[in-house]
Structures are given as structure tokens and as C-alpha cells.
Design a binder for this molecule. Structure first.
Ligand SMILES: Cc1ncc(COP(=O)(O)O)c(C=O)c1O
Length: 418
């Protein structure tokens, strides 16, 4: 009998029967509050009626219309709709299927457009699992180990992770920028450097908002040395941080952004956006793919963007994020094993550390497992697996946040008394 490969490591034993909004009905008959959003994907919640209707309608018209062969209306309309929210000047869009593919597309474009070989990524980043994206990923050695050699031309520079470094945010930013400048002198000369790639909030690496001053520092260096600035908005984009794009908090202008996850509420579609001028520097036909910009996924993406606009979900992400963070900070006062509470919008996290300030993955795992008993789904993250991230859909209500916080409180109590 065939079975699912153990390569996939599952965080919960839940098998989904049906899902709606923030809730999952398991085949075990239990209702679970889903504060994972399928890793930041179900932005409008599970099976939003408008997303379901758009996909159902599209499926009767055309399912697959290969983009290099023919164009289809959903892709054209999605591009128009995205144009309303894309950062200024990024008016050219290329579609793929997954976040990793978007990252690969961005790095391919950056190298081709600049003629330079190196990409600077930052320690702790997660950019995906294809060989290209994994080569930029240092969120854990588990994403890199055992299949070397990875792609060449990748330089990993320090990230200002203030809590781990035991520094203030300002100190961490000064340290990381100083190191980056030294990297230009010792490892990758600016003339060899095609791009910086960075997440507005490090995701799998531990839910660490990138300090805005660091992003500004990167932008300055990018402009000074004609290095492209790639913002990986795969997890933080589409309203999740309380602004439409995570990098907008820093007031910077990227050259390329990557988009996936929340854009289509669960349908696999991703994209990169850049200026037409930049995209025109790549060889026509150098990028493509059989399924990129699939018609049904594109229809679902249009509906998702409309729901986000009509239901004012970016503002909801900001407000519910504040509510969630205050609740987690209240829990921190009761449970000192929560060493740090951090996040922005609906990307919030608790980092667990012991009395000596050492990472405490055992407690993080115990809380995540106890939460399942409370019918609450949470995920861990971080290189040391000592962070629990809370990622509600953007439609989450104040009542659902309170239910989630109460369940986290009970899970903490269970883990603390074990
Ligand atoms: C910031 C970021 N980039 C890229 C990816 C890769 O996306 P995918 O899993 O769709 O390939 C992820 C996935 O978690 C991500 O968080």
C-alpha cells in the first residue's frame, strides 16, 4: 500500500474534512481554530465564498491555457488588479506557481539584468526549497544539508537579529551594516554583486521583523552601487503585516518583489514584479513554465484581492495584530519562559528561552502539542525550533483572537506543569 513519504514532517496529526474561515473540521470530528493559515496562505480564510465562486466559474471556462502559447483573461485581469497595489514603478509581472519559483525567477532576472554573479542573502532567511532558493536559505541547516553542492555565487551576510545577539535594535542594525560594508571589501565587491534579497519579516527563520533602518541601509547601498534590491514578500506580502507589502513599513523602493502564498487564498500561483525597463533586460523566453499563472488560480487571486479590498482586511490585519501581540505580551508576564514576543500585523511570535537565556525548543514543542489538545493549530519556526508563530487569516475576528489567546494560555499552563 502506498503512503505519504516521511520526508514531510507533519506538525499535527489532523486530517482535514472541511474548512471554513479560521476553522478546520478534522476527520476526528473536532473543530480546530487554525492560526497557521496553511503557513500564511489562506489570507481570506478557508474557502471564502467569493474565492470559491470565482474558481468554480473559471473552471467551466478554461482550466489551463499555457502562457507562452496563448493568453487568458484571468491572467490579464489579475495583472490589472495587481497594478492597483504594486509598489510604484513595478509595472511588469511574471507568473509562476510557488514562492521558491518566484525567488528563482527573481535571482535569474537579477543576474541577467546586471551581468553580475553574486547574490547577497541574510543569515536566517528562508527563500524556499528549490536548489536556487535553498542556496539563499539559512533558516536552518536542515534546508541545506545533504544535497550539496548548492548554487554558487551566494554570499550570506549577518542579519540584525537583536534578541539573539543581545543587542538593542540600533546596535544590531549598525553591526550588520558595518559587516555588510566589510563584505564588499572582503567577499563580494559591489561590481560583482547583482542583488540583495531579503524578507521584510524573516519567516521560517523565527518571525523577526527586519528593522526598518536596516532595509533603508540596504536601499542606500543598492542605489550607491547599482545593486538590485529584491524584497521577498512571499510570506509578509498581501496585507499580512498591516500594510499591503511588508517593505512599505520602511518606506523603501524595491527593484523586484516576489509574491505567492496569500495572493490566491490557497491556489498555487506566484509572481515577480519589476519595472518594464528591468524586465526588458532579460532574454525573452529566458523564463517560463508549463503552469505559471494558471487560469483557475488567477481567477481565485482576483477574487482574493477584491475581498481584501472590500472587507478592509489590511486594516484588520493591523488591528488584530496589535490585539494578538498585547495578549501574547500579557502571557509573557505570567510565563517568563517566553523570552521575546515580537511581530508585526498578523505575523506574531513567542521565542522560548530558559533561565540562562538559552533557546528552549522543548517548551516550544510542548506548547505547540498542548495547543492541539486545546483544538488550536500553531506552528513552530526558527533555526533552533524555539519559536511559536501565530499566523491567523486576515479575516480573523476579535473574538477568534481572544479564543486563540485563551487556548495558548491553557497550552502554556499544561506545558509549564509537565
Ligand atoms: C519568504 C518566503 N520565500 C519563499 C518561500 C517559498 O515558498 P514556497 O513554499 O511556495 O516555494 C517561503 C515559504 O515559506 C517564504 O516564507
Amino acid at each position: 500500500m502506498a503512503h505519504i513519504s516521511p520526508i514531510v514532517k507533519q506538525a499535527t496529526p489532523v486530517v482535514v474534512e472541511k474548512a471554513e474561515g479560521c476553522w478546520i473540521l478534522g476527520t476526528d470530528g473536532h473543530r480546530y481554530l487554525d492560526l497557521t493559515s496553511g503557513i500564511a496562505v489562506t489570507s481570506t480564510g478557508h474557502c471564502h465564498p467569493r474565492v470559491v465562486a470565482a474558481a468554480q466559474e473559471q473552471i467551466t471556462k478554461v482550466i489551463h491555457a499555457q502562457m507562452a502559447t496563448v493568453m487568458h483573461k484571468p491572467m490579464l485581469q489579475l495583472t490589472e488588479k495587481l497594478g492597483e497595489v504594486l509598489p510604484e514603478g513595478l509595472d511588469s509581472v511574471f507568473y509562476a506557481n510557488s514562492g521558491a519559483e518566484a525567488v528563482d525567477a527573481a535571482l535569474r532576472l537579477a543576474r541577467m539584468a546586471t551581468g553580475r554573479p553574486n547574490i547577497v542573502a541574510f543569515q536566517g532567511a528562508f527563500h524556499g526549497r528549490s536548489v536556487g532558493a535553498a542556496s539563499l536559505t539559512t533558516a536552518s541547516t536542515k534546508f541545506r544539508t545533504g544535497f550539496a553542492p548548492l548554487m554558487g555565487g551566494v554570499v550570506v551576510a549577518p542579519f540584525p537579529y537583536a534578541y539573539r545577539l543581545g543587542m538593542s535594535e540600533d546596535e544590531a542594525v549598525a553591526f550588520a551594516l558595518q559587516e555588510l560594508d566589510f563584505y564588499f571589501q572582503t567577499i563580494s565587491a559591489p561590481n560583482d554583486t547583482a542583488a540583495f534579497i531579503i524578507e521584510p519579516v524573516q519567516g521560517d527563520g523565527g518571525y523577526i521583523p527586519t528593522p526598518w533602518a536596516f532595509l533603508k541601509g540596504l536601499e542606500e547601498r543598492a542605489r550607491k552601487h547599482n545593486i538590485l534590491l529584491i524584497l521577498d514578500e512571499v510570506q509578509a506580502g498581501i496585507g499580512r503585516t498591516g500594510k499591503f507589502w511588508g517593505h512599505q513599513h520602511a518606506g523603501i523602493k524595491p527593484d523586484i518583489i516576489t509574491i505567492a502564498k496569500g495572493i490566491a487564498s490557497g491556489f498555487p500561483i506566484s509572481a515577480i514584479a519589476a519595472s518594464t525597463e528591468l524586465m526588458s533586460k532579460a532574454l525573452p523566453g529566458s523564463q517560463g513554465g508549463t503552469y505559471g499563472g494558471n487560469a483557475v488560480a488567477a481567477a481565485a487571486a482576483i477574487a482574493t484581492l477584491s475581498v481584501i479590498e472590500d472587507e478592509d482586511l489590511v486594516a484588520n490585519a493591523a488591528a488584530r495584530g496589535e490585539q494578538l501581540q498585547s495578549g501574547l505580551k500579557r502571557l509573557q508576564t505570567k510565563y517568563p519562559v517566553i523570552g521575546d514576543v515580537r511581530g508585526i500585523g498578523l505575523m506574531q511570535a513567542m521565542e522560548f528561552t530558559d533561565h540562562d537565556g538559552e533557546a528552549d525548543p522543548a517548551t516550544a514543542a510542548a506548547v505547540q502539542q498542548a495547543a492541539i489538545e486545546e483544538k488550536l493549530l500553531l506552528l513552530t519556526c526558527g533555526p533552533r525550533a524555539n519559536v511559536i508563530r501565530v499566523i491567523p487569516p486576515l479575516i480573523v475576528s476579535p473574538e477568534e483572537i481572544e479564543l486563540g489567546l485563551a487556548a495558548i494560555g491553557r497550552a502554556l499552563e499544561t506545558a509549564a506543569t509537565k
